[in-house]
Design a protein around this ligand. Sequence first.
Ligand code: PLP
Length: 386
Amino acid sequence: MSQQERIFLSSPHMSGNEQKYINDAFDTNWIAPLGPNVDGFERELADYVGVRDAAAVSSGTAAIHLALRLLDVQAGDKVFCSSLTFVASANPILYQGAEPVFIDSEPDTWNISPNALERALVDAERNHRLPKAVIIVNLYGQSAKMDELVAICDRYNVPIIEDAAESLGATYKGKKSGTFGKFGVYSFNGNKIITTSGGGMLVSNDVEALKKARFLATQARDLAPHYQHSEIGYNYRMSNILAGIGRAQLEVLDERVAARRAVYNRYVVAFGDIDGITFMPELKGTYHNRWLTTLIIDRDKLGVTPMQVIESLSKENIEARPVWKPLHLQPLFESVKYYSHESNRSISDELFVSGICLPSGSNMTEEQQNRVIQNIIKLLNQRMAV
Ligand SMILES: *Cc1c(COP(=O)(O)O)cnc(C)c1O
């Protein structure tokens, strides 16, 4: 193992201003899952993305779970979900005892295929079993094809939950990612574009629904002086200390997006001309936050697989990862129904075997990035020589 300092895929990047908000919380003794930082973070994030309201919660997963509850997803209901994503997009479907149906990606954005979604909805309508919701994920910071997807879902009257955990700061035709559905979800986990160490946000233009979300997130306590409860609640609210970190992080979000895009651009300069390397595209009219730089490796042309690149980088103490393993291939979801992009072609399967995520942190120095680039070039030269 190389003794050189480790380069992470995506590590927390503090601005320095976080401490001020944390000190405020300590000075006023708001050490609780409520307080001025929580209120401030909610208002500031809602303003930033341009929605009427936001509810700060303990994780992105909790936000998805609350969205499903608010849409009355129950045992036996169906929920459609992108297949190429992190398991957290779909786990809350199981929390509700509902049944996921996975939808493939399309090649232009790597996100949910309008084609496959339409076929799934046609089938569901024929069986009189329309889903209670569709979870649309914006992968690696890129918006899905929202115009097409919103039109299809509207036609069937199925609400959208937009999982924008990875796409905060990205835009689609000038509108912020995460604001196209009935509900939008952001994550502030330690590896996301901004972080509170752990946390999430549920956003919506439905202020009443978010009031209900806050109620469910604080153990669903009825209005009574004694502790009275009529439905299942959760302990899902965000700490006032962590919300303070979030407020300072939000102040620098646009800088973080610019820095990640600069990282991406340097990779493009280094690898863009290599026949056999294709970067995740940026859909026309959209602004990708490039949370992670992801690319496809053609093993026939380059003589190397993504796993070989990952292992080679790992020896140099550099973290890289394969693209998410599609959920329809996960043992957890073995018997779940899946709709591929074309009847005999699954895009997410292809991306899984050929895709790789490179270190992309906004705090990565050019020197560190050059180390990543040089190691990959060295490996490719070795391979292509044989
Ligand atoms: C990170 C992530 C989540 C979950 O967020 P947490 O805050 O870690 O619970 C959900 N969906 C996607 C696509 C993610 O990347």
